[in-house]
Design a protein around this ligand. Structure first.
Ligand code: FER
Length: 542
């Protein structure tokens, strides 16, 4: 009884600390001898960047002392911070511990403390400890009994993430004899219900939750664990569920995730071509930014450009539109040529409230073995993960699963050969993209108009998506050289159940706008983007 009381008192103390600024527990002060102990107080302590990552001792934050190791420039989730261990570790069992923290991006992220070694024939990787950690909080990744495989060599230990490339800090890394309890950060782990951060959900958490709900209208980072129903706020319902969970009435927390808001949009059902106002192609007083990005792809090293809207905020989520140039053009065509200057048009549309701020990317299909019809491969393998790992979109991470989950916030379009690439993206990447804008170009697949339409309809059937889950706004000019190719394809598509023809995407999913008298030129085609783009990103895909 006495013990319980004192633990409850401890719980109260921690609660008070949680409501205020987060507190950390100092590492042990006993005389344990460590095989490795890295505090980063006077440098990197032998740690190096893994993959392309960089590491440096930094005083921006620390778990213990005044420095931590700061890991940046990661271009893949396996990039991180590493240190080599000598071969004498092989075959022995030790206690490993590190503390990790990250400061931007998702609210929680999965981190791994991993060992790499050579088993005599190949390189192997084994997780020492893993944890889902809370943004802005130090968390400990520890394993008191981890055996380094016998006869291994080239051993190193490192910190990495399961997905994404965010910067992180590492501090107070220790290796000690098997079974040693190495003190580390308390809490910092995402465990719904674990409000008194001890790794288990029990009565102490209920005590903390009750205190939290009366004491705090400003939730602490730790209160993400208190929001057991994932409603994005800690409320009475969470308290009720926690009580039921602890008493054994329920064995898991039912989720109450808020439905994602989409902006209601007043579609026209039969959208007619309308030119953007002439001054939309001059500089706007609220300018977005166009950034050159270099990336490596399955078809060599390439460049693309990223338009970020005025006041771009990496803490917010943005819809994203990939827009492909035509044959003989390149990734610069859309942003740097007098007859395009799409960025000025986007600036004006966003400033005047005609378009939600979004990210627009101009990649290229040019390159080693690259062509319009196979760009969909590179889009999936390289372009989307690269861009969306770096810029803030609805993709929670660059895992294919998270890219799929955010497809209703992703569009792809293109002109001429770019339109050819668009139909191919529809056919092959429909699981990643929800909106399509093929401009002045037909689908290269199938022998005749029916064959082209059928090829696309078959792709829909294979995907399993319903006709509320993909949207096509196609356009061309009546005098465009592509019109005689596209128009018959559209006529065949209209007959198929997969495509419901209207520009009111609350009712259907497929439209073809014909601009009277216009020919095959970006100077006209940019206006199709002006007409079509505001129609995107309003459907939930439910
Ligand atoms: C078409 C699709 C693409 C088309 C032309 C192109 C004539 C591209 C032409 C080029 O890049 O030269 O439907 O119709």
């Amino acid at each position: 009884m006495k013990k319980l009381l004192s633990l409850a008192a401890a719980a109260m103390t921690v609660t008070a600390a949680m409501v205020g600024p987060s507190s950390t527990t100092l590492a042990d002060t006993d005389s344990t001898s460590y095989l490795l102990s890295c505090s980063f107080e006077s440098g990197e302590d032998g740690w190096t960047g893994r993959g392309g990552a960089s590491v440096e001792a930094s005083s921006k934050t620390s778990f213990d002392g005044s420095n931590a190791l700061y890991c940046t420039n990661r271009s893949d989730s396996w990039n991180g911070a590493a240190i080599s261990l000598d071969d004498s570790y092989a075959g022995e069992t030790f206690s490993f511990s590190t503390n990790v923290k990250y400061e931007s991006g998702k609210d929680t992220a999965l981190y791994h403390f991993t060992m790499q070694y050579n088993d005599g024939s190949e390189t192997k990787y084994e997780k020492i400890a893993s944890a889902n950690i809370i943004k802005g909080e130090w968390a400990q990744l520890a394993n008191p009994s981890f055996t380094v495989p016998a006869n291994s060599s080239e051993i190193s230990i490192y910190v990495e993430t399961a997905t994404g490339t965010s910067d992180f800090y590492v501090d107070d890394v220790k290796v000690a004899a098997e079974g040693t309890v190495i003190e580390g950060a308390k809490g910092g782990k995402y465990i719904p219900g674990d409000i008194f951060p001890d790794g288990v959900v029990d009565t102490f958490d209920l005590i903390c939750a009750r205190k939290l709900i009366v004491a705090s209208d400003q939730p602490s980072p730790q209160s993400i664990n208190a929001d057991v129903d994932k409603s994005k706020e800690f409320a009475v319902n969470d308290l009720v569920l926690l009580d039921e969970f602890i008493s054994g009435k329920i064995t898991e927390f039912p989720e109450n995730i808020p439905v994602e808001e989409v902006t209601p949009f007043d579609y026209e059902a039969n959208k007619q071509f309308k030119e953007a106002p002439g001054d939309y192609f001059s500089q706007c007083q609220q300018q977005g930014k166009v950034t050159q990005e270099n990336y490596s792809s399955i078809r060599g090293n390439k460049t693309l450009y990223v338009y970020t809207p005025y006041n771009y905020d990496p803490e917010k989520k943005y819809n994203i539109f990939y827009l492909m140039h035509g044959g003989g053009e390149n990734e610069k065509t859309l942003f740097f040529q007098d007859d395009t200057m799409i960025q000025n048009m986007l600036d004006h549309m966003i400033m005047n409230g005609e378009l939600e701020p979004l990210i627009v990317v101009t990649p290229t299909f040019n390159g080693q073995g690259g062509e319009a019809a196979n760009f969909y491969e590179e889009l999936r393998a390289n372009v989307i993960p690269f861009v969306e790992g770096k810029y803030s979109t609805y993709a929670e991470s660059t895992s294919e699963e998270d890219i799929r989950a955010s497809r209703m916030h992703r569009a792809y379009g293109g002109f001429s050969m770019g339109s050819v690439s668009t139909w191919q993206v529809f056919k092959n990447d429909i699981d990643l993209v929800g909106y399509f804008m093929p401009l002045s170009g037909d689908h290269w697949g199938g022998n005749d108009a029916y064959g082209k339409a059928k090829d696309l309809a078959d792709a829909v059937d294979r995907s399993g998506f319903t006709d509320r889950q993909y949207f096509i706004f196609a356009a061309t000019g009546s005098d465009d050289i592509a019109y005689p190719n596209v128009n018959p394809q559209v006529d065949e598509m209209k007959k198929m159940s997969q495509f419901k023809f209207t520009s009111d995407f609350s009712e259907g999913n497929f439209y073809f706008m014909v601009a009277p008298g216009k020919t095959h030129w970006w100077g006209y085609v940019r206006h199709y983007v002006y007409d079509a783009l505001p129609y995107f990103f309003h459907e939930t895909g439910e």
